[in-house]
Design a protein around this ligand. Structure first.
Ligand code: ADP
Length: 494
């Protein structure tokens, strides 16, 4: 429905206007105004979409109507439809916001409907545009990202609220007083037309510390002038976090390096200490052994059975201590000498270890099976023989008394055939999972020396030897079900 205000004091003219318009707008509603009071009331209550007014009126003229209506409803179109106006009136009315001027004559009547249609369409389009613009503006202002357009001279043409905040300005006018050329235009590469986002620092107009932003710019034209459109994202917090993290990492690395150096130094001192103590214990021990020997040869007649028993115990203990010192010295020495790794045939290593254990194997009647074609690895012969020997020796030793030791030795390739794992499996007493790590430390023993003799250093020596060859050692075992020790070394591709 279209509702219009028709201000005309001539009833015939009103009739003609209405008839004409009804043809174009079938559900037309017309408020007919014939005096000033009704006009005032009608304008006060509104509800019309268009005003059509005559020029000459008893109480005034069409310009008054135009002004009254525009004052109240700037968005409501007004058409002057008159037979009594002139060019001057038309010009003045147009200046005051008149939308169209049509001369009342039979020739022009049909024009009125066309003009009304045209004006209404224009107003609708205008309203939609304004609406769209408002929506866009509020969207831009609600964005967390700054949006701007600058001229090549650095003058800010447009921006949203977020952008103003990012440069520390309260309003667009404030920002326009700054020259932003150094920030945006000069970082721009005109050849590329769009550049990779850049991280730059932006000084703040309000004197606050610089902010870090991620800036993306595009070359554009507005009314055939070159402009730059850009998007600015605040990354200050990200940058600060990055910086803090970098600093933390640096201090952390420095601290780790420092601690490692300290630990290495302490370790070296300890090693040296252990070595010299073990070494120095030898001399008094030799003296004890020698004097015990002299007692035995020269004074045995002066000793009764108890005395002789004590003497024997001194000898056994001295022997054990000798063994202990040997082992400790051996353990200390592994770390002191530099190792040169070379290709080794595992079969040769195992054969050598078994040869050194021949006596024990025979004594225990151990049954040893070795896989015939063991692969080649990188290692150090003496070191590896020592490690393998300790593991096989344990495999023979830690079996329950009535069991005949059965040891199986084989190897597998792992990690994409880059590593070799040598397995030594026994049918012994097994090891509780709780101790799977600890048994590789010095003096860790799980059994009394009476049942299973030893000093608890064999596996520590084995581990140290293996680690010095960049390898690893470990065990899989369940109490009562035997153990499988493994040694991992880098494979040699012949
Ligand atoms: P030692 O053999 O001199 O006691 P090791 O360092 O060689 O010292 O071994 C540490 C401990 O680990 C042993 O005392 C034993 O309790 C346990 N152990 C080592 N090998 C085996 C094995 N094959 N079966 C059961 N227990 C073992």
């Amino acid at each position: 429905m279209l509702c219009i205000l028709l201000v005309d004091e001539n009833p015939t003219d009103r009739l003609l206007v209405i008839r004409d318009l009804e043809r174009e707008f079938p559900d037309l509603q017309v408020l007919e105004i014939t005096d000033y009071q009704t006009l005032e009331r009608a304008i006060a209550s509104g509800g019309f979409e268009l005003v059509i007014t005559d020029y000459r009126l008893n109480w005034g003229n069409g310009l008054d109507v135009l002004r009254m209506s525009k004052a109240q409803y700037p968005q409501c179109p007004v058409i002057m439809f008159t037979g009594s106006g002139n060019e001057e009136v038309a010009v003045e009315a147009m200046k005051a916001g008149l939308d169209d001027y049509i001369i009342k004559s039979p020739r022009h009547y049909f024009r009125l409907a066309v003009a009304v249609r045209g004006i209404l369409e224009r107003y609708t389009a205008q309203r939609q545009l304004t609406h769209l613009e408002n929506r866009l503006q509020s969207l831009l202002n609600r964005l967390n990202v700054g949006v701007f357009r600058v001229t090549p001279n650095g003058l800010l043409l447009e921006s949203n609220q977020a952008f103003l905040q990012l440069i520390g300005c309260a309003s667009l006018a404030d920002a326009q007083r700054l020259n932003l050329r150094h920030l945006f235009w000069e970082t721009f590469d005109p050849v590329a037309h769009q550049i990779q986002p850049q991280e730059i620092q932006v000084p703040q107009a309000n004197g606050q510390p610089n902010r870090w932003v991620l800036l993306t710019q595009y070359l554009n034209t507005e009314d055939s002038e070159t402009v730059i459109d850009g998007i600015v994202e605040d990354i200050t917090e990200l940058k600060q976090a990055e910086l803090a993290l970098r600093q933390l990492n640096e201090t952390l690395e420095a601290r780790v390096a420092e601690r490692t150096a300290q630990i290495e130094e302490v370790n070296e001192q300890l090693e040296g200490f252990a070595y010299s103590v073990s070494h120095d214990l030898r001399a008094p021990l030799r003296a004890i052994e020698s004097f015990a020997q002299i007692l035995k040869t020269d004074y045995v007649a002066h000793l009764d059975a108890t005395g002789q028993d004590y003497l024997n115990r001194i000898e056994t203990s001295a022997e054990f201590m000798n063994h202990l010192i040997d082992s400790l010295l051996e353990y200390s020495r592994i770390n002191l000498s530099a190792l040169q790794l070379e290709p080794l045939d595992l079969n040769r290593v195992v054969t050598q270890a078994l040869a050194q254990l021949e006596l024990e194997i025979r004594e225990k009647q151990a049954d040893i099976t070795v896989s015939p074609s063991l692969p080649m690895v990188y290692g150090h012969f003496t070191n590896l023989v020592r490690a393998v020997l300790n593991v096989i020796s344990n495999a023979i030793k830690f079996v329950s008394p009535e069991t005949r030791p059965r040891v199986t030795i084989w190897a597998e390739e792992i990690n994409d055939h880059k590593w070799v794992r040598l397995w030594v499996e026994d049918n012994g007493i097994g090891i509780d999972e709780e101790y799977h790590q600890r048994i590789f430390s010095v003096f860790e023993r799980l059994h009394g020396i009476e049942v299973y003799p030893g000093i608890g250093i064999g596996l520590a020596i084995a581990r140290r030897s293996v680690e010095r060859m960049d390898g690893q050692i470990g065990v899989e075992s369940v109490v009562g079900q035997g153990s499988r020790f493994w040694i991992c070394l880098r494979k040699y591709e012949g």
